[in-house]
Design a protein around this ligand. Structure first.
Ligand code: PLP
Length: 460
């Protein structure tokens, strides 16, 4: 163990104890209930992150993972990933400071922002962060002036037209500009050591990775022709954070491995990196959010009954966080969160059309609508899974919770696996999903998922 993470950083749990059990304890014991002050809080299963890491190593054996700090900068996450030996991809001084404060050496940090403040370039220079990305001449000139000994990585644009969140709209040099940029760097005596790209988050087509790897090869060739010694290929992020996505992680990695074998074969002397965010943290975080206000709205014919016996009324619930805070996936990714009720309703309980709203004084702060829920009450908790990416540490734009409390947990088996850096379970090549959960006892089963579909049949 390198000593980034210790047993005092998390609650160690034995097999069979689930995230749900812990949430139940935390919500019941919450002193907030007595004071009336409530705040959303997270439970983070660090074991899930360990499991993801082993899966990554198995599926992309030639790729060295870096973690994109902006995705979730909570200390437990950074420490467990540092312990697993990851590098860190930072986009500003605050992120570099944060990872250096927990003891990560500068050699394991890449300053992966093609548009940097001069003061922050100087910060990188002072603190020994050598790898910096760029995608244009002006940026290059800034680095030439403030940090001439930096090692530059040329960020190229990708075809991310179909990705949920497009990065190449903002970042990345077009292929046709690369020669000019590399010539410019040569003239300025700047070392360009590699190429990076990002296919965008939620990329539905693995071939975009293959295409980008092929284009990176072209840029390597231009670089070599101009006398640059390029030895880093950074394939970015964009990998799914949950299972059951349209394109599975294993499908993407198989396309990447083939492209790497073709364009950057083993022994070619190129160090291959990835900068993953969502992949590592999404499924590790579950959040509990409390109902702080409630409104009953009668529909046009209050005396008539709906087919399932419930009267025609709808409930509007207000939560203490919304789309400008932890539920920003609604705005940015068009992903609507699905609440899980802590208590399964009885079959006799009528279900009502319901919607969930955040705290902002803004009609767009709608977290979910069209839900079929039993009548809920002030102080009831709703649970949302897969909440680890771009939720914690992003702050809030308008009235959401700034910092949520996080309880970190890990099963003993995951902790032992981390300490030994060994795969804890026998991997069965034929098994669905290939990578088995580290802590099976931690998988929430028997959940009551009430999706945004207007039918009681959506209750499982
Ligand atoms: N690297 C860079 C430069 C990014 O901008 C991002 C996300 O925006 C990431 C990595 C992480 O991406 P993802 O969460 O899709 O893995």
């Amino acid at each position: 163990m390198a000593g980034y993470l210790s047993e005092s950083d998390f609650v160690m749990v034995e097999e069979g104890f689930s995230t749900r059990d812990l949430l139940e304890e935390l919500t019941l014991g919450a002193p907030r209930a007595a004071t009336g002050e409530v705040a959303a809080f997270f439970v983070a299963d660090l074991g899930a992150i360990v499991r993801k890491h082993f899966c990554f190593l198995k599926c992309l054996p030639r790729v060295r993972p870096f973690y994109a700090v902006k995705c979730n900068n909570s200390l437990g996450v950074l420490k467990v990933l540092a312990e697993l030996g990851l590098g860190f991809s930072c986009v500003n001084k605050a992120e570099m400071e944060l990872v250096q404060r927990i003891g990560v050496p500068a050699s394991r940090i890449i300053y992966a922002n093609p548009c940097k403040q001069i003061a922050q370039i100087k910060y990188a220079a002072k603190h020994g962060v050598q790898l910096l990305s760029f995608d244009n001449e002006v940026e290059l000139a800034k680095v030439v002036k403030s940090y001439p000994s930096a090692k530059m990585v040329l960020c190229i644009a990708t075809d991310d037209t179909h990705s949920l969140s497009r990065l190449s709209l903002k970042f990345g040099a077009l292929l046709k500009s690369c020669r000019h940029l590399l010539e410019n760097a040569k003239k300025s005596h700047m070392e360009v050591v590699g190429v990076s790209f990002h296919v965008g988050s939620g990329c539905p087509d693995p071939q975009v990775y293959a295409q980008s790897i092929a284009e990176a090869r072209l840029v390597f060739e231009i670089g070599a022709e101009l006398g640059h010694t390029m030895h880093i290929l950074d394939i970015g992020g964009g990998f799914p954070g949950v299972e059951g996505t349209k394109v599975r992680f294993e499908e993407i990695t198989s396309v990447i491995n083939s492209a790497l074998d073709l364009y950057f074969p083993e022994g070619c002397g190129v160090d291959i990196l990835a900068e993953l965010g969502r992949y590592y943290v999404t499924s590790a975080f579950t959040v509990a959010v409390s109902i702080v206000a409630k409104k009953e709205v009668l529909l046009e014919q209050p005396s008539r009954e709906e087919e399932n016996g419930s009267v025609l009324k709808t409930f509007v619930y207000h939560l203490d966080d919304g789309v400008y805070g932890i539920f920003n996936s609604v705005l940015f990714d068009n992903i609507w969160p699905t609440p899980i009720l802590q208590k399964k309703p009885t079959t006799e309980q009528p279900l009502y059309s319901s919607s969930l709203w955040g705290p902002a004084a803004d009609g767009r702060d709608c977290v979910a609508e069209g839900l079929r829920l039993p009548q809920l009450h002030i102080g009831d908790w709703l649970v949302f899974e897969n909440m680890g990416a771009y939720t914690v540490g992003t702050g809030s734009l308008l009235g959401g919770t700034q910092t949520c409390h996080i309880t970190y947990t890990m099963s003993r088996v995951a902790w032992e696996a981390l300490r030994g850096q060994l795969l804890p379970v026998e991997q069965d090549e034929d098994a669905e999903g290939v990578c088995k959960p580290l802590s099976c006892g931690w998988e929430i089963t028997d959940t009551l998922c009430v999706g945004p579909v207007f039918t009681p049949a959506s209750i499982m």
